[in-house]
Design a protein around this ligand. Structure first.
Ligand SMILES: [Zn+2]
Length: 165
């Protein structure tokens, strides 16, 4: 059952319905329709002079741990625009995507991972992190990463670039 109970427009109780066995809610006046889905976000492996940029997270989930920069897509935004915007907001850096690495779905969030390079901007620390650090590729703090998906992505990316060399 959905956790939504009332229409956000007219406040009438929502109809609790099923489509192909999956629950959804709908306003009888058709103002509002909601299926439980995954939200989409993006994160970037940003490389500069052989180092990888990580942020020490100031917010949950993963507060106090290190993570790749990124965030959730806004309505109407392309996922590539999302990652560029999030990195700019979180670090002040302008990036250019160099390739798509992978897409990893989870319980409530699906994250698109990109590799990117820095093309401009000035590094600063936003309210979303307490520290930004360029990590040497041999010193990545795997035990202090906030998300398993970031760990998997970084390890796979490292093994990929070592094959190319
Ligand atoms: Zn309504």
């Amino acid at each position: 059952m959905s956790s939504y109970r009332y229409c956000p427009v007219c406040a009438k109780p929502l109809l609790q319905l099923l489509y192909q066995g999956k629950p959804y809610v709908e306003c009888e006046e058709k103002h509002f329709l909601h299926y439980d889905t995954q939200a989409v976000g993006a994160a970037a492996i940003i490389v500069h002079e052989g180092k990888l940029l990580l942020e020490k997270r100031a917010v949950e989930p993963g507060k106090g741990c290190w993570g790749l920069l990124g965030g959730m897509a806004e309505p109407g935004e392309q996922i590539t625009e999302c990652v560029v915007r999030e990195v700019q907001e979180e670090s002040g850096l302008e990036i250019q995507i160099t390739r798509l690495l992978d897409v990893q779905g989870g319980h409530t969030t699906c994250v698109v991972f990109y590799e990117a390079i820095v093309t401009g901007g000035q590094l600063f620390v936003s309210s979303e992190s307490t520290e930004l650090r360029w990590y040497d590729l041999s010193e990545i703090p795997y035990e202090q990463l906030a998300f398993q998906s970031h760990l998997v992505m970084i390890e796979r990316w490292l093994s990929d670039i070592q094959k190319i060399k």
